[in-house]
Design a protein around this ligand. Sequence first.
Ligand code: HGY
Ligand code: MN
Ligand code: MN
Length: 411
Amino acid sequence: MNTGSITARRLLGRIHELGDIGRDEAGRLVRLAASDTEKLGRDRLLAWLREAGLQIAIDRIGNIFGIWAPESAGGNAALMLGSHIDTVINAGIYDGCYGVLAGLEVIETLKSAGFQPARPVVVAAFTNEEGVRFAPDMMGSLVYTGSLAVDEALATIGTDGAVLGAELERIGYAGAMEPGFLIPHAYIELHIEQGPVLAREGQSIGAVTDLQGISWQKVTVAGDANHAGTTPMSMRRDAGHAAARVVTFLRERVRASNAPTVATVGCMAFEPNAINVIPSRATFTVDLRDPDEARLQGEEAALADFLQRIAAEEQVEVHVERLARFQPVRFDSNIVTLIEKTAQARGLACRRMISGAGHDAQMIARIAPSAMIFVPSIGGISHNPREHTPEADLIAGANVLLDVVTSLASH
Ligand code: HGY
Ligand code: MN
Ligand code: MN
């Protein structure tokens, strides 16, 4: 059945409306998981789900589901769409939100077209995909698959000292459903690429075959505070310098290899953080990623060896806390092929690719055949207010999602 095309004005309007919810006094978009600003975004999404006539379900980790289960769907396993609406700090408006709102748009388009799905169609907004306030990232979908116990996740303490479960209670999103209450027949996530490939090649659609492995660690270096003016260089236990050596080690090691490995130190804090005091403590994070599991393990081992060397040479103590570790994921080849054929049928340039970013699909792939559809990010920019995808690409991606859903929900 040809179910036409999505209603562009409605989708684009919602993306911008949600993109305005949760801005701080400086105008930055900050909707960290289970925060007051994220609550506002959740409330808005819930209103749209209700207006669409969907059945609402919220599970214990705060994952939100809008369920369309007409009589034609019978008791069959649902087709699940979705992504997330929490953001990083000073975020763009498309990351995650585009996939959730396009999923809702597809359901509304199918309903208006009088389509009778052979299975329920569900749109999900997973809790804490970004992992900025509470580690690990993709937490809501990870719990949903049963890979992380919900009570353990709810006990997670955030970077601000808050406890996730108490925060979900406080914002009114500690749901009743057990995570995993609905095991999907398949899961499709539409998302901006957040990288430079599609835009650089002039492609409209990415059919994502794989998603790379992710390793998050928090490193604490303990040295000695001392006077910046009186302490000879040979007598210092400088935690700040030790940390800086790690940053440089990571960059130089990855640069020297011609592997696709990426390494990022995104957070760093010194104590006491005073201009004339040698840092007694440095705390920083390391984000390592690679499409190849063995190579990723090799990078983790090289870092561990270097940290031991640093401890000896700088006479500091080093402590490492693992925050997240996800292996590379291969998506369902049949759905990837369907995405490619669907894009081509719409006359859209499409290529297969690997995802550099983590996504909820990486987790849901553990319980159901899953795949992702990418649309271009101009300049490859993301996790940045300059994140941008042209309207024509946003519409094209949503129409490809519509056609894939129509196909997968027809039987
Ligand atoms: O870290 C990631 O790749 C995702 O944005 N959470
Ligand atoms: Mn995302
Ligand atoms: Mn993100």
